[in-house]
Design a protein around this ligand. Structure first.
Ligand code: PMP
Length: 360
């Protein structure tokens, strides 16, 4: 069987060129005379890989010098807990803006660790729109404001970075990092699980402003302490070396593609093609308010829900993979991360049009 067009939400499509390169050098990487996964993270060769990957990411996102870049483990979920552990005291207010499932989860994890206040929550409209900024209840003395720029399940995405004054802005960018240009200076901390736009699961990339690291309590386990990870160049213990290597290949690939500006344009074109078709089809629909629609994750349902199972079966058979929606929303979801090509989206729209013609 040949590779299909992969619309998975995560773990998700990896650029084919990256997979081919990893395949070609799996047994014998660079000068190592061994696989990259068989060598010490403390050796010269891996140190070079680490430095180069960080350099490339800094270039791609124009990360200023007063930010540290960390390559961590634990998945984004672990950092839902670790962030309040590091940056807030138990009695301190932390503001959370909830626009979907992952924001809710971040709140749940933080609740035992700090005085969590939900500044805004779009649950009243079932997470189909972003609450207007002037309705948010923020606290000037909050330790930070946390939000999820792109909600992977609900398909809701901020089109601009919200203004929150002097309180550090913390963003879970798991499903939209590197998908378009970003002004890192507007954030105190950005973190992202790697399994969507960076490569393989098991790696979390964090970009954190240095002045925040001063807050990390000394009386916490070292392994959870971000300042310790930063002081040890993300090698406090053995990092996910293979995931880090793959991330480095993805960064190189992004540079070859023209960087995040080019990705942004491509992602816009892919999303416009799919939403444009859905909106005009009279057969499919997307529930999200137009101004809040995600370019990365496009949930859609059929007007005739009875056909859900059939569309999934036929799309899978046609080589269009992983279109089943998350159970919280139902229906279908097409994820259009950087590695998903415009050609793949054309193939999806062609299939959807044909299906609508046959069953509409
Ligand atoms: N945040 C967002 C926005 C996500 O999409 C996901 C995973 N889909 C997570 C957090 C959780 O990531 P992990 O499973 O790596 O903990």
């Amino acid at each position: 069987m040949s590779r299909g067009y992969n619309f998975a939400a995560g773990p998700a499509a990896v650029p084919e060129a990256v997979l081919r390169q990893a395949q070609a050098e799996l047994l014998d990487w660079g000068q190592a005379r061994a696989s990259v996964m068989e060598i010490s993270h403390r050796g010269k060769l891996f140190a070079e890989l680490a430095a180069e990957s960080e350099r490339d990411l800094r270039y791609l996102l124009d990360i200023p010098d007063n930010y540290k870049v960390l390559f961590l483990q634990g998945g984004a979920t672990q950092h839902f807990a670790q962030i309040p552990m590091n940056f807030a005291r138990r009695d301190q207010i932390v503001d959370y803006v909830v626009t979907g499932h992952w924001g809710e989860k971040a709140v749940r994890e933080a609740k035992t660790l700090a005085d969590v206040r939900v500044a805004a929550n779009s649950d009243s409209n079932r997470h189909t729109a972003i609450p207007a900024r002037d309705t948010w209840k923020l606290h000037a003395d909050a330790a930070y404001v946390h939000y999820t720029p792109n909600e992977t399940i609900h398909g809701v995405e901020f089109q601009h970075v919200p203004e929150v004054g002097d309180v550090p802005l913390v963003a879970d960018m798991s499903s939209d990092i590197l998908s378009r240009p970003l002004d890192v200076r507007k954030f105190g901390l950005i973190y992202a699980g790697a399994q969507k736009n960076i490569g393989a699961s098991g790696l979390v990339v964090m970009i954190v402003r240095e002045d925040l690291l001063v807050r990390c309590p000394k009386d916490m386990p070292k392994i959870f302490n971000y300042a310790e990870h930063a002081a040890n160049d993300s090698m406090l213990n053995t990092p996910n070396t293979f995931g880090w290597y793959l991330a480095g290949l993805v960064f190189e690939w992004l540079l070859e593609q023209g960087g995040v500006a080019a990705m942004g344009e491509r992602n816009r074109a892919k999303a416009d093609l799919l939403y444009g078709y859905i909106d005009n089809s009279g057969f499919y629909r997307n529930p999200v308010e137009k101004s809040a629609r995600s370019r990365m994750n496009v949930p859609f349902t059929l007007f005739d829900e009875e056909l859900n199972a059939l569309v999934l079966k036929e799309s899978e058979a046609a080589g269009l993979l992983a279109l089943k929606g998350h159970k919280a929303v139902g229906g279908m979801r097409a994820s259009l991360y950087n590695a998903v090509t415009l050609q793949a989206v054309h193939a999806l729209v062609d299939f959807m049009r044909d299906f609508a013609k046959r069953y509409g």
